[in-house]
Design a protein around this ligand. Structure first.
Ligand SMILES: [Zn+2]
Length: 311
């Protein structure tokens, strides 16, 4: 059941040849290939399927940001072993979605402490229904739940590095965490930032478009032009690319808000094509321009929560 969301991501039938499948998702678990690369000394990016994983590996052991799907965890462990991994002591979930947190249990049973924002843990104890995907996610087993939670900010000293977790306000979900590695100058954004994709706003759990702007602004004020910005999905980006993504969200949000203010229906707003200049780069059959517009509309008005992509 947890993979209904993934199924919706992967198997939505393309309406035309131009529709692209979101990169980085595969359910061919047996043949998954783990890619890894060094971001900075002691800090690595790993990816097999689902969300991007960042691993700090050093004298204190290992710390992971986003252990990906449960099915990916064995491959992740094998890759970490090959890299000379010490025991995984901490796992940080950027949010509750199973393509980011599904591997929690595999590392928790070996003794890792799983850390998340307090709303993230709360959501993982609930049965959640996504009207957008038409899917239901059951509560996570107790063995997969975060065991250490925080509200606004938490700092770890690990592997000679100051690691800051921060939560500003609801945006992608109501329990998002951003992780900043000060010395390495690397930030993991979770799905607040998806590179070359339209964001999925999880309005059903209190995600909201107006949260993205102050959250991203806080990150922009924290990082510099040399920071490596790791998105939840897609390739590592620069501060400038994060700023462009923020402007895309602001532009589409303002167009939808203007449509709402002038009394237009969701369909009329979609027909005005608020995402037009961004579709070539960002639209996939995961979230296309209409899907993003619908979520922005839902977030701004609290209406039409039953809208979902045509499958
Ligand atoms: Zn997500």
């Amino acid at each position: 059941m947890k993979n209904l969301l993934l199924a919706a991501l992967l198997f939505a039938v393309p309406a035309c040849a131009q529709v692209r499948v979101a990169d980085g998702f595969s359910t061919d678990w047996a043949n998954l290939k783990m890619d890894s690369r060094e971001l900075a000394p002691n800090l690595y990016l790993l990816h097999g399927s689902g969300g991007n994983t960042v691993a700090s590996i050093g004298i204190d052991g290992a710390l992971l940001v986003d252990p990906s799907f449960a099915e990916v965890a064995p491959k992740l462990k094998a890759a970490l072993h090959e890299m000379g991994m010490a025991p995984v002591r901490y796992v940080i979930d950027t949010h509750y979605h199973s393509d980011h947190s599904g591997g929690n249990g595999a590392f928790a049973k070996d003794g890792a402490v799983v850390i998340a924002q307090e709303n993230c843990r709360k959501r993982m104890t609930e049965t959640l229904h996504s009207a957008f995907w038409g899917s239901t996610t059951p509560p996570s087993p107790a063995a997969e739940l975060p065991t250490l939670t925080y509200d606004r900010r938490l700092t770890l000293e690990f592997n000679g590095e100051e690691v800051t977790l921060f939560h500003n306000q609801p945006s992608h979900t109501d329990g998002d965490t951003i992780v900043y590695f000060h010395k390495a100058n690397v930030v993991h954004m979770g799905d607040i930032f998806v590179n070359n994709l339209f964001p999925y706003i999880d309005v059903g759990v209190g995600g909201k478009v107006d949260g993205y702007l102050p959250v991203i602004d806080e990150v922009l004020a924290t990082i510099d032009d040399k920071t490596q910005v790791v998105p939840g999905h897609g390739p590592v980006a620069t501060k400038q690319q994060l700023r462009a993504y923020r402007e895309m969200i602001q532009t589409v949000r303002d167009r939808v808000a203007a449509g709402v203010a002038s009394g237009k229906t969701l369909e009329e707003i979609m027909a005005s094509h608020p995402t037009k200049e961004f579709d070539a780069q960002d639209a996939t059959n995961r979230v296309d321009g209409d899907g993003f517009v619908a979520m922005v509309y839902q977030s701004l008005t609290g209406k039409r929560l039953d809208w979902h992509p045509v499958k």
